[in-house]
Write a protein that binds this ligand. Sequence first.
Ligand SMILES: [Zn+2]
Length: 303
Amino acid sequence: MLLITHPECLEHQMQPGHMERPERLAHLLSHFETTGLLQSLTVQVAPLVNRDLVKRIHTPTYVDGLSKASPVTGLVRVDPDTAMCARSLNAADRAVGAVVEATRQVMSGQHDRAFCAIRPPGHHAETAAAMGFCFYNSVCVAARYALDELGAKHIAILDFDVHHGNGSVEIMQSEPRALVCSSFQSPFYPGRFDQGQWPNVVLTPLEEGTEGSEFRRLIEAEWIEPIRAHRPDLILISAGFDAHRADPLGGINLDVEDFSWITRLIVDLAKESCGGRVVSALEGGYDLNALALCAAAHVEVLK
Ligand SMILES: [Zn+2]
């Protein structure tokens, strides 16, 4: 199995004390290394994405506007929760590059599955808006690339971050070849694209305080049948781990075993429909230890 990351993903920094901090990824990778998990994987460094691929899902005006606004020193705020330093867009280019490259290798059969250990995250970024710590929607860029260039006829994007993948719904709402399933605490941030009805979108809102047993019941009831019916050629995961009970932002009570469980379910569905092809990309997760433990459990099952 493939793990793609890049040290430059650590260079994106927002204001001191911001939850989405470099230590998240550093601690995750150090945990993977000290437990021997990293040594059992094929590890590669992420290329920079070709921005033309990014512009297939984000407007050129938005992408070029972000570049023009990128600061030489200090921070530029692009959303109440999101700021750019001089190195932020480079980190974002590595993050998208990781997911695109992982998708290319998985679709070509070099690896069955891949995990992208990246930041900044991507699933809140909409067609023309940075939002919620996200600049480019990495998973949607890779989905579009797989549909356009890699022969995928159907794609599933599965998002179990505690926050709704509003960007992925907004970007894919009129793309019937993409199925988007998102579970999320509700009502909760960001409160966008979480109410409507789209034939290719499954929304699974979770009440604050939801326990693992109820989470599993809802996912089984609401996700399995649409995923089977869609017959994806590739499953992309927006893998946020902030629905863990220890997370300081989320209010859902999942445990490490629940992330193993949903990963097993996804891998089994991928084996049914597409030879097990799964590309997973890190999204949220803000308790350093819970993030590292959940991501490790996730990767152990993907392996
Ligand atoms: Zn999140």
